[in-house]
Ligand binder design. Structure first.
Ligand code: TMP
Length: 206
């Protein structure tokens, strides 16, 4: 049987990385060893594209170039890691996916959705996630958590307006398709969040 494709996405600092290993454990016990991965990145080549895209450069990266790089990384990742794993019957747990492009390159940067939707149709096509958890947190909390981090990349220095547009875009996309999306309140204690996610997984993939 084909594996399942589970995505964790949402604003920074809302607890995705804390929940990843817990969800991986749940998958491991029921469905065998999952592939845990991330975007942009996940394979050596896609990680190189990630490093190029996120690094602080003296030369500006035009918004369309940034979008294309996100999708270049996504294409490599899907073809070389995600799709083969799903075909083998392995489950894939991925930190960020196409919703990040709509949220950051689209809503956040004021880019149009059309080019994103076109790239999604070409590159992702039918390989859509089975379930997407959107980790949500008020923007003030996102700013606090981002400031506490040691290393900052180009994307972390965004202002409140930008982050608000990013957050709103995630929530809008989740609301438009409740069969595939589940919004997680990242302000809750870590164990509560894990329980909510596991309950959702149990109900969904029983
Ligand atoms: P991470 O630090 O959570 O792994 O994410 C790296 C950054 O990349 C984060 O600020 C969100 C951004 N990003 C996009 O802007 N578009 C995308 O399509 C993806 C996958 C990530």
């Amino acid at each position: 049987m084909r594996g399942r494709f589970i995505v964790l996405d949402g604003v920074e600092g809302a607890g995705k990385s804390t929940q990843m290993p817990r969800i991986a454990d749940w998958i491991r016990k029921r469905h065998g060893e999952p592939v845990t991965t991330r975007e942009p990145g996940g394979t050596p080549l896609a990680e190189q594209i990630r490093a190029l895209t996120l690094a602080d450069q003296d030369e500006p990266l035009p918004p369309m170039a940034e979008l294309l790089m996100m999708f270049a990384a996504r294409s490599v990742h899907l073809e070389n890691l995600v799709a083969p794993a799903l075909d083998r019957g392995q489950w894939v747990l991925c930190d960020r996916f196409v919703d990040s492009s709509y949220a950051y390159q689209g809503a956040g940067q004021g880019g149009r959705d059309e080019p994103i939707a076109w790239l999604e149709a070409q590159i992702v096509a039918a390989r859509q996630p089975d379930l997407v958890f959107i980790f949500d947190l008020p923007v003030e909390r996102v700013m606090e958590r981002v400031r506490q981090r040691q290393a900052m990349d180009r994307f972390d220095r965004a202002d409140t307006g930008f982050l608000q547009r990013v957050r709103d875009a995630y929530l809008r996309r989740a609301a438009a398709d409740s069969s595939r999306y589940c919004v997680i309140d990242g302000a809750q204690p870590v164990d509560v969040v894990s329980r909510v996610i596991i309950e959702h997984l149990e109900a969904r993939f029983a």
